[in-house]
Design a protein. Sequence first.
Length: 299
Amino acid sequence: MKPRAFSVRVPATTANLGPGFDCAALALSLYMEVEAVPSKRWEVAYQGEEYAGLESGEDNLIVRTVKETAALHGQTAPPCRLSVKTEIPLGKGLGSSATAVAAGVEIADRLLGLGLSLKEKVQIGSGIEGHADNVVAALMGGATFSHYRDGRVQTVHIPDPRISGIVLVPDNPFSTEESRGLLPGSISHREAVAGGSASGVLAAAFAVGDWETAGRMMEEDVFHEPYRSGLFPDFGRIRSFSRSAGAFGTAVSGAGPSIFILTAPGTEEAMAGRLEEQFPSYRPIAVRASSEGAAAVAV
């Protein structure tokens, strides 16, 4: 039977959430939708100028993921034309590459009828990404706390966190490579203990919905933020202003260049407006936590 057209929808993610380095992630209410239509060759067409420079053929990350997922199961994926609509800013610390990987895994599963379990999808996506945080949240939705080592993934999933936030996207972003280059080769045992305990309390606070504690722990990172925050204009002022305006906590989104601010549901739009007035060099995007992970639907 000839494959039928279908689409997949995948949420954006923010990762680390402060001390949850390469562990914590939260799915957000910004989405990428990919329509797959059988074709004679692989083609990828993005809507919007921001994504226009990405690969449009077999070197595209979504296509590579489809083909790799198929190969892992001894199959070859039939080519498709992929039409991509997305609300997710490219390269702004919102897991755009992980979203592409999650989409590719979902497309392969649907296209070939693999019947993959969510656990299998998480394992495949983490292997392709090389770490688990963003891609697990993109596949599962909600909040996830993941451990990835030697190719094995362990995840705790909080499916429906009732929380909102603001993503502050800078006008003049820096590269992920620049941000990663600032990290030290090691930190002291004392710092690692402090960071590990903050990460543990962060996860527990998310699990029980204690957002005041979660916000405080977001601001107790020792793993990456002390080395990266200098790249962000007004980072200290943004944190202080957000606190005074009623936000729970502030953290670098992934490796940057955006900042994520955790806030109570229903307050995100008003707070985004206040942040835009105070910090015009950033574009605020009001978001909610998304309980929806990657999913395929017929068209």
